[in-house]
Design a protein around this ligand. Structure first.
Ligand code: SF4
Ligand code: SF4
Ligand code: SF4
Length: 330
């Protein structure tokens, strides 16, 4: 009997701590305002200089990203439960080798298209938007825009509801089921795993290092240095200078209200985008609108997100209370 009450007390403390964490997350999601100011750092990707590392088994930027983030890749608990109430789940754990798209195990990828006879390689990853809808609309406050420009997912708060992916104009975050705090929620109507994406090597920046992908590309023998990393103003200046030199175009300065991943290309981005569409890619490069600016359509999302979060947390608290009562009765 003593053992049982000790067990109940422990599970109460554990569950209570989780509900508290969720409560804090919900509150922080509600409190988030215009903290997502222009990022301090940015990356410029010069498409005229990237050769896709075609002579390598894997693009060096992709290889470096995978190596530096490997310890953070998910290890799902088997068997992986279906999302509730659907009868599906997202599982990339058996497809870890996939490098031609973004997955929870591959946070950057290099697309290739041919436009007017010219091969174009397009390294892709999170754009680190200045005003990121993913971070503003996450019901659990699991994403943050940091002063260094990075937008980072906290895997300990993410429930994998994928709202960040739905509101991201490029649908960047990717879900792995079978991991994260949603496992404790089922069958409550929330979550489905944890979302993963590039975090601009936030920890490396803190230590004064450039992102691993940038460093790896620069170290490559004969590299034309298509990736440049630095203060956003400097990167924007470089982008404009290069665009003038090549009579080219910039992507990311205005898209989604401005981003910390910028591209410069001799070929118009509309043409690259239409080739990506032809190739049926789900990672496009066209004109986008920041959903946060379409007030009429999205204002509800602003409000609904935190409300759903609050309902989810409340549901979780009730669920655990019922569990505790059951335990105590048995
Ligand atoms: S960005 Fe650099 S490392 Fe990546 S594919 Fe292009 S050349 Fe290779
Ligand atoms: S690109 Fe998408 S995931 Fe990345 S910061 Fe912008 S909205 Fe968020
Ligand atoms: S910035 Fe870091 S996390 Fe993002 S793609 Fe490059 S290596 Fe990967």
């Amino acid at each position: 009997m003593k053992e049982k009450s000790e067990l109940s007390r422990r599970s109460f403390l554990k569950n209570g701590a989780m509900v508290t964490a969720l409560g804090v997350a919900v509150a922080s999601g509600m409190a988030k305002e215009a903290w997502a100011k222009s990022g301090t750092y940015a990356t410029l990707i010069d498409l005229t200089r990237c050769d896709g590392c075609t002579s390598e088994p894997m693009p060096k930027c992709v290889e470096a990203c995978r190596a530096v983030n490997e310890r953070r890749f998910p290890t799902p608990k088997e068997p992986i439960k279906d999302l509730w109430p659907q009868k599906t789940h997202d599982d990339w754990s058996k497809k870890r080798d996939v490098i031609d798209q973004l997955t929870p195990y591959n946070w950057t990828t290099v697309q290739r298209v041919e436009v007017e006879g010219e091969k174009v390689f397009v390294p892709r990853r999170c754009m680190h938007c200045d005003n990121p809808p993913c971070a503003h609309l996450c019901p659990f406050g699991a994403l943050n825009k940091y002063a260094d420009g990075s937008v980072v997912i906290n895997p300990n708060l993410c429930l994998g509801g994928a709202k960040c992916k739905a509101v991201c104009p490029w649908h960047i975050p990717q879900r792995q089921s079978g991991v994260g705090i949603y496992l404790k929620l089922q069958p409550m109507p929330a979550g489905g795993g944890v979302m993963y994406k590039c975090d601009l090597c936030h920890d490396r920046i803190k230590n004064g290092q450039p992102p691993a992908c940038v460093e790896a590309c620069e170290r490559r023998p004969g590299s034309k240095k298509p990736l440049s990393f630095g203060r956003r103003e400097e990167i924007l200046r470089m982008a404009h200078e290069r665009a003038r030199e090549i009579n080219g175009f910039i992507y990311g300065e205005k898209e989604n209200g401005g981003t910390a991943t910028l591209y410069v290309s001799r070929i118009p981005f509309e043409k690259i985008d239409s080739k990506l569409k032809e190739a049926k890619s789900n990672l496009l490069m066209g004109k986008v609108l920041n959903p946060l600016r379409e007030a009429n359509r999205w204002a509800k999302g602003f409000l609904i997100g935190p409300i759903i979060g609050a309902v989810g947390a409340l549901g979780l608290a009730l669920f655990h209370r019922r569990q505790r009562e059951k335990e105590e009765r048995s």
